[in-house]
Design a protein around this ligand. Sequence first.
Ligand code: HEM
Length: 459
Amino acid sequence: MSTAAPYVPPFPPRPARGLPPLELLRTARRNLIAIWPQSSFEDEIIDYRMLCRQVVVCNSPTTVKEVFVDKASTYNRKSPQQRHALAPLIGDGLFISDGDVWRERRRVVAGVTHISRLAELAPNITSGARDRLADWHARGNGSEIDALTAMAEMTAGIICTTIFGRTLGGAAAASVVEAFTEYQAIIGQTDVMSLLGLPDYLPRPRASRVRAAASRIHRVLDDLIAALLDAPHRRESSLLRAMADMPLAGSGVPMDRRAFRHEAAVLFMAGHETTAALLAWAWFILSQDPASEARVHAELDTVLNGRDPDYADFDRLVFTRAVIEETLRLYPPVPLQAREAREAGEIGGHKVAAKALIILNAWLLHRHRKLWPEPDAFVPDRFLPGGPGLPSRYAYVPFSIGQRTCTGSAFGLIEAVLCLATLAQHFRLRLRPGWQVMPVCRLSLRPGGGLPMRIEARR
Ligand code: HEM
């Protein structure tokens, strides 16, 4: 391990004490990770009121386990904010569904994204990464890209081939990525009406713009689904084909077209923005931390020696993987995971009202003073085999934990490592001089204002 002080990447200033209610709401609408005072990075449980609602943040491994594992059946319902935000796009899709619908869809989706299928799915990853490499070669040394957009276009292409067994054309890919970004921008602001506890049937502001962005995405998805399901003789390997071959329990027939649309939207949304944000943060950090960048390059040169990586290389790229895992700690793409308490109860000895918002806050937990040495510093060695390891498996939750844990975690991790390896073997990225980077969280955690970076050939 190097003896130089480790690099500390940027984070929003932390208020000295808790914000008063109106300022809290205003700040939350701008950036959900900017509301937490210093003390939140030391407390074990945070219990406050936001408007009329009780909010409880599980901020220790013990409370995380209690809520997300031991008492999961009381706390596995998604928050009303998430349901309102996402229902126009994903309907009753897995990400926000509940009860029997969730159980059945989870069985189908977890089955088709299972780790045992990764060797079959990995060529979609490596081919998407090679396409981006060709794009960067074509653009040429010194050209500027937005790293987040570049990563989103690449991961959208990869997830599209993985779900549908075919690529989206260039214009369609760009249009879907743009529609998802627009959707997130419109809905990403905290849904104050739901926080106030107003009923679901009352119309929300911005509803027509949300519906228009969702329809744009649905049109593309419906065409892709029809092309695949109306041609059953075509047997290309894809998640959708695997779902079509997996009958629902009880009825014995596959899901209907609406369910296919919703699950395709879930996989598309959950499976590309997250990995894109992760990769964008990794490029940014490597551009600021020459020592870690040099170690990645040395590993790539030794393990790959100029050839493109494949699935089998994942286990050999241990430092590159550690960089990705440490990036997930400092910039978890989904930093806040919220649930609604089904009934009154207790968490960590605190009384919890029915309908309280219960939050798993990876932003706080991953930077908790009492859990991690040098909590704000980028120290990939923590994740190396033989390194200090995790303080607890309930302290590191980039993919959530318990019943609703990410079904695509292995896919996302392998995708991030193989894509970074493919591109970083040939190129490094450099931030536009003078550009200030700050993480901003609405639905996912992104570099606010984008990430303009120059492509530089390594050889
Ligand atoms: C680095 C990449 C990724 C990260 C950080 C990530 C993170 C997460 C997190 C935190 C959740 C739980 C959200 C909550 O409970 O509110 C989740 C759920 C989910 N993720 Fe991922 N994810 C990633 C990649 C993927 C990929 C590639 C796929 C699909 C191939 C995927 C599919 C899903 C699905 C279907 C769910 C919903 C599970 C359920 O509610 O039962 N994710 N993800």
